[in-house]
Every structure is written in structure tokens, then in C-alpha cells.
Design a protein around this ligand. Structure first.
Ligand SMILES: NC(=O)c1ccc[n+]([C@@H]2O[C@H](COP(=O)([O-])OP(=O)(O)OC[C@H]3O[C@@H](n4cnc5c(N)ncnc54)[C@H](O)[C@@H]3O)[C@@H](O)[C@H]2O)c1
Length: 366
């Protein structure tokens, strides 16, 4: 077996704890080893260190991680506005990168980072962990095999409690400020769904969007998109940051030529909300055993189905390390992120202009 991939982590806040839980399990498997972490907040680093165990080096400056000769790959988990400088530094250093989404608050910076990463040739993965959800994977398999015929249209609802300190004690509040976050429910949260929709139904051609700011922040808490894909599939996405603490769900209904399905997913492995219902012609609807489905996908992935994994970041980090070991480009990568960001940007431009916006305009004019 090859040596564990030595990870250096920049940013040890809220979601870094999910990464830490994933990394800890992968350390047990000898796949990775967290050797260094940086955050201006010492408590954050200590919290991260307590979860992963055995952290060798700590810093308040993320550039120490980039410069560290004993860090093989960098994991970037700072608030979104700090991604730019670190991504450029990691690309310049030629190190593999696993970065959280969104790539940046504004689309021109997203373009800049995608160009820099492509030019540098570094292997880079983006934190769209929904792609590793067994129900999402099963849906993609149904679309790819055509077992229900071609997909025709879909309706998707994302909702999440407001992930900001004013609503959830202990959370930071940068997500409420458009200058820091770049956007609200659509960019910060539903970029995951934009990625999933592009991954499953293919590239998007056109988007019409509208949004609201019900809670009075500078970022939107409510947005609705009508989405047209290049292959003709049409759908809509409604995303809400609401006041119901603890709630974060994706509800998707897909209509095919010969069937329909309804799925609900949550961000935690084995969440009670998870469900999948498949309707075929002239048959009672099949309520899929999601625990069995999860065990099947764990097994297909070479992971013990009894393993106590609670975050999909486990599969994302595992795929990242395996890609580097095999010399493959990690996935989802920056090109995937560019498409998801272009969907969000087209949505925002459409909200401003109140007319549909072509993705070719967004991708061509930056
Ligand atoms: N994939 C997902 O589902 C998911 C979920 C939540 C957050 N995120 C993304 O992860 C990133 C972090 O979000 P969070 O919720 O953990 O934020 P957070 O505010 O809870 O934590 C961010 C941490 O980064 C630290 N930090 C700030 N400036 C820094 C700098 N210059 N260098 C190093 N560290 C610095 C802060 O001190 C803090 O500890 C964001 O981009 C967010 O959009 C992704």
C-alpha cells in the first residue's frame, strides 16, 4: 500500500468539522493523514485537531500550509471570499487542491480561478459532496441507462435553515453579507443542486430567475429558477433559507417518458428524510429501501457497508486521494464548478433583467 496522502487544511470553522470527521476515518484506513492546519482562530485549529488526532503543525497563516514541504495536498475550507488568494497560491505552488464551494463570491473571480487552475495543471477537486449521495447516484444511473425512458422535466426544492449567527447560535455571519458571500440561498446552498442538475441532465442553455430578500439581508433568502438544458429537459429550482432550525432538504421530482420518481435527500449519511419512490407504468409505486441502496453503493465503492460514516465528505476525500494515487483528474473538478457557477450567475443576471439569460452569454463574456 502507498503512503498516506499528507493533507494540510486551511480554515477550521463549522464545515471543517465534517471534513475532520471524514479525514479521521480515512486516517484509520491509511488513506490520508492530516499533518498541518491553519486558522487565525486558535480554537478552531484545536477543535479540528481534537477530531482528527495527531496533528503535527498548527499556524494562524494559511500560506504556511501552502509552503509546507511535508504537505502533499491542500484542503481549503475558509469563508468563500478568502478562496481566491489561497487557490492562486496553491496553483503557483503546484500542489493538489481540494477546495470547498463556492469557488468565489463573484463570477469573474470564479473564471480567474478556473483559468489559473487549468493553466497550472494541478489536480483539483471541488466540495460538491452531493454527487456521492447514493440516491443521487441511483437517479443518475436511471437517467444514463434509460430504464424509465428519456427524462422530460423536473421540479426541485432546496431548503435550509438560515446558516447565520443571527439564527443559529455559534454560526459565523459572513453568509448574510453579499460583499462577503456573493449570494444567498442560490449561490451558497443551491450551487450543490446546480451541480447535481448539470451532472445528471447535462449542460444548461438558458435560465430565467427571480429572487426575494424576505429576512432583510443583502443576500437573497428565496430564489426560483426555470432551467432549460441543451438536450431539451426543462425544470425548476426553488431554494429557500428559512427560519426552521435543523431543516435542510432537497426534494426532487423527475418525470420520464415511461415513469416518474420522487426523492428526498439530506446532507447527512442515513438521514431519516432520505427517500426514493419510483413509479413505472401500470405498476404500484416502488418505495426503494434506501438503507439497502446505501449499502449497495458503499459496497460498489469498496467501502464496508457497516462502516459508521455520517458525512459524504468521507467519499469525496476518499475519491480525491484515490484519484491522486491513480494519476486521474479528481472529480468533480473546476470545470464542473464553472458550469454550476454559470447557472447561478445566469440566475442572478436574469433576476436583475427580468428576462431569461443564456449560459453562452455568461460563459463567453467574462
Ligand atoms: N460543501 C458543503 O456542504 C459546505 C457546507 C458549509 C460550508 N461550505 C463552504 O465552506 C467554506 C467555509 O464555511 P464554514 O461554514 O466552515 O465557515 P465558518 O465561518 O464556520 O469557518 C471558516 C473558518 O475559516 C477561518 N478563516 C477566516 N479567514 C481565514 C484565512 N484568511 N485563512 C485561514 N482561515 C481563515 C475562520 O476563522 C473560521 O474558523 C465556505 O466557502 C462555505 O461556503 C460548504
Amino acid at each position: 500500500m502507498s503512503e498516506p496522502l499528507r493533507l494540510g487544511v486551511i480554515g477550521c470553522g463549522m464545515i471543517a468539522q465534517a471534513h475532520a470527521a471524514a479525514i479521521r476515518l480515512l486516517q484509520e484506513d491509511g488513506v490520508v493523514r492530516a499533518v498541518a492546519a491553519a486558522d487565525p482562530d486558535d480554537d478552531g485549529v484545536e477543535r479540528f485537531a481534537a477530531i482528527v488526532g495527531g496533528l503535527e503543525r498548527r499556524s494562524r497563516d494559511g500560506l504556511d500550509i501552502v509552503r509546507d514541504d511535508e504537505v502533499d495536498a491542500v484542503v481549503l475550507i475558509t469563508p468563500t471570499r478568502f478562496h481566491r488568494d489561497y487557490v492562486l497560491a496553491v496553483a503557483a505552488a503546484g500542489k493538489p487542491l481540494f477546495t470547498e464551494k463556492p469557488l468565489a463570491p463573484t463570477f469573474p473571480v470564479v473564471r480567474e480561478l478556473c483559468t489559473a487552475v487549468a493553466a497550472s495543471g494541478i489536480p483539483a477537486q471541488v466540495g460538491f459532496q452531493s454527487r456521492f449521495h447514493p440516491i443521487v447516484r441511483r437517479l443518475r444511473e436511471i437517467v444514463e441507462t434509460g430504464e424509465l425512458g428519456a427524462p422530460m422535466g423536473y421540479t426541485l426544492r432546496d431548503d435550509q435553515y438560515w446558516p447565520t449567527g443571527a439564527i443559529v447560535p455559534g454560526h459565523t455571519s459572513w453568509r448574510s453579507d453579499v460583499a462577503e458571500a456573493g449570494g444567498g440561498a442560490l449561490l451558497e446552498h443551491s450551487i450543490h443542486s446546480c451541480d447535481v442538475l448539470g451532472w445528471i441532465f447535462g449542460p444548461v442553455s438558458r435560465i430565467y430567475g427571480t429572487k426575494r430578500h424576505v429576512f432583510g439581508y443583502t443576500v437573497e433568502d428565496t430564489a426560483a429558477l426555470t432551467i432549460e438544458h441543451d438536450n431539451g429537459v426543462v425544470g425548476n429550482l426553488v431554494t429557500i433559507f428559512n427560519g426552521v432550525r435543523g431543516r435542510e432538504e432537497r426534494r426532487l421530482e423527475v418525470f420520464f417518458e415511461q415513469g416518474a420518481l420522487e426523492l428526498t435527500t439530506d446532507f447527512v449519511v442515513g438521514a431519516p428524510e432520505d427517500s426514493l419512490l419510483i413509479q413505472r407504468p401500470d405498476q404500484p409505486a416502488e418505495r426503494v429501501d434506501v438503507a439497502a441502496l446505501r449499502a449497495e453503493w458503499f459496497t460498489r465503492d469498496g467501502c464496508d457497508p457497516e462502516r459508521q460514516v455520517w458525512v459524504y465528505q468521507f467519499f469525496a476525500h476518499r475519491a480525491f486521494a484515490q484519484s491522486l494515487q491513480a494519476g486521474r483528474a479528481p472529480s468533480p473538478g473546476f470545470a464542473d464548478a464553472l458550469h454550476a457557477h454559470a447557472m447561478v450567475e445566469a440566475g442572478y443576471r436574469s433576476c436583475e433583467r427580468r428576462v431569461p439569460v443564456e449560459l453562452s452569454e455568461v460563459l463567453g463574456d467574462a
